[in-house]
Design a protein around this ligand. Structure first.
Ligand code: INI
Length: 164
């Protein structure tokens, strides 16, 4: 069962996502790397479907979700990418640590896009169980990395339209 998604555009309908020529950054957190690798594969599939060239994708890995915002912000500041996809997986444990990592990643990623004007996608899973992570990182288009890739292309195109 797929949620119907409406993407921003003048009509409110799903716009054509032609990502040819767009430069896209991917910042991935190694923690829970079996899941994050699957999110990253989903993101690459999504970008490929949109026509983004392999040569226009720049990838960086960081230790955990806590470090993602800084790498994304510094990458955005270089002015070399049109959008950034942040990927990570935070799974709830027995301590409040989970809330702090999630809070920092969420706020930091939003801050990175607001302070730089470069779209930064929130492809960080925050979950109660590993099964929830597996369910959201599979080989189909309901992979959250794939979803973040489409968001990155849509936002990069939208900002080009707004700025022109
Ligand atoms: N980082 C994650 O990306 N996911 C987690 O589930 C996680 N847990 O559970 O602790 C996690 N912690 C590491 C954190 O992101 C930092 O790398 C670490 O605290 C060093 O700053």
């Amino acid at each position: 069962r797929r949620r119907q998604m409406t993407r921003a555009g003048s009509s409110g309908a799903m716009p054509e996502l032609n990502g040819k020529g767009l430069r896209i950054g991917i910042v991935s957190a190694r923690f829970n790397d079996h899941i994050v690798t699957a999110l990253r594969d989903g993101a690459l599939r999504g970008l490929e479907r949109c026509g983004v060239s392999d040569n226009d994708i720049v990838e960086h890995w960081v230790p955990g979700a806590f470090e993602v915002p800084l790498a994304a912000k510094v990458l955005a500041e270089t002015g070399t990418v049109d959008a950034i996809i942040c990927l990570g997986t935070v799974i709830r444990g027995d301590t409040p640590h989970f809330e702090y990592v999630c809070e920092a990643a969420t706020r930091g990623i939003q801050d990175a896009q607001m302070s730089t004007g470069i779209p930064v996608m929130f492809g960080v899973l925050t979950l109660n169980t590993e099964q929830q992570a597996i369910d959201r990182s599979g080989p189909g288009t309901d992979n959250k990395g794939d979803e973040a890739a489409l968001g990155a292309v849509e936002m990069a195109l939208l900002l080009k339209t707004i700025r022109n």
